[in-house]
Write a protein of this length. Structure first.
Length: 277
């Protein structure tokens, strides 16, 4: 005759293994429309028509609600949680429920998820091979930037840019005037001996300054040997790439850069310990 305790433990382990004691949580509802480009475009149009009374256009900051595409931690990340917030509102907050049909709300969900994703998470149309050719040749990008060991060092390495920026921020980097990023601020120094050196500021402290000149040579200066230091207010990155290239070449360049994801940054997309359903 079996030991009652042993029989109990055997039965308990069997039930636990089968999931009878600890059933798996129900799967979160998925967007039945998917995240194709046309769904995102329709969601963008709906969002700009119905949500910009509080939020800003295209998910930017609004007068009465925060940006939806900012680089911050979100509590509603999964498709289901975003759908719940849009459709039913957020209790205890100014976020109201939406009268839109469910399929329309799912389109808005696709748009919001799209503007939060990195460029490499999106399907960007274009000829990647031609985009690399534009980068290396007519675009002039390789003079300052590097991809997988090929190119210059005056600007940031772009080997993982597709995994580091959203698609919108990638476009903005090529078309919009932005402040210089850390490590790439333009600077001009004149030494006590009258030598002028121009480049980008790599590092500095109270006593010294490191400058990378336009030929890729790194200079280390003691501040006491410098007559003047002039910091540039604008990034050396040109902001009219879309005007300098044909529409096709510019799109191909964007497509190529969006594929650069050597080291993928972890972005929470399905929600961990999130609120909402």
């Amino acid at each position: 005759m079996n030991n009652p305790r042993q029989l109990f433990l055997t039965t308990w382990i069997s039930l636990a293994a089968a999931g009878a004691l600890f059933p798996a949580p129900p799967a979160k509802p998925k967007n039945p429309l998917g995240e194709a480009a046309e769904v995102v475009a329709a969601g963008r149009a709906l969002y700009n028509k119905t949500c910009t009374g509080c939020h800003g256009p295209d998910g930017s900051d609004g007068d009465r609600a925060p940006s939806l595409n900012a680089a911050r931690r979100y509590f509603r990340l999964s498709e289901a949680a975003i759908f719940d917030a849009v459709k039913n509102g957020i209790p205890g907050s100014p976020m109201p429920s939406s009268p839109l049909p469910e399929m329309e709300v799912w389109k808005i969900v696709a748009f919001i998820r799209n503007i939060r994703a990195t460029a490499s998470d999106n399907h960007v149309s274009g000829d990647v091979e031609n985009g690399m050719k534009v980068f290396m040749q007519e675009g002039g990008c390789r003079a300052c930037h590097m991809i997988r060991g090929q190119g210059g060092t005056l600007g940031p390495d772009l080997s993982s840019v597709g995994a580091q920026l959203t698609l919108q921020k990638l476009r903005d980097a090529l078309t919009t005037e932005l402040p210089p990023s850390n490590g790439f601020r333009p600077v001009t120094v004149i030494t006590a001996a009258g030598l002028t050196v121009q480049g980008v500021l790599r590092n500095e402290d109270a006593f010294s300054l490191q400058l990378l000149d336009r030929n890729g040579k790194l200079h280390l200066f003691d501040r006491q040997e410098l007559r003047t230091i002039e910091y540039g207010k604008r990034s050396p990155m040109p902001r009219n790439i879309d005007k300098r290239l044909s529409e096709r070449d510019f799109q191909d360049l964007i497509a190529m850069l969006s594929r650069q994801a050597r080291s993928k940054m972890r972005m929470e997309q399905q929600g961990e310990n999130e609120v909402g359903r």
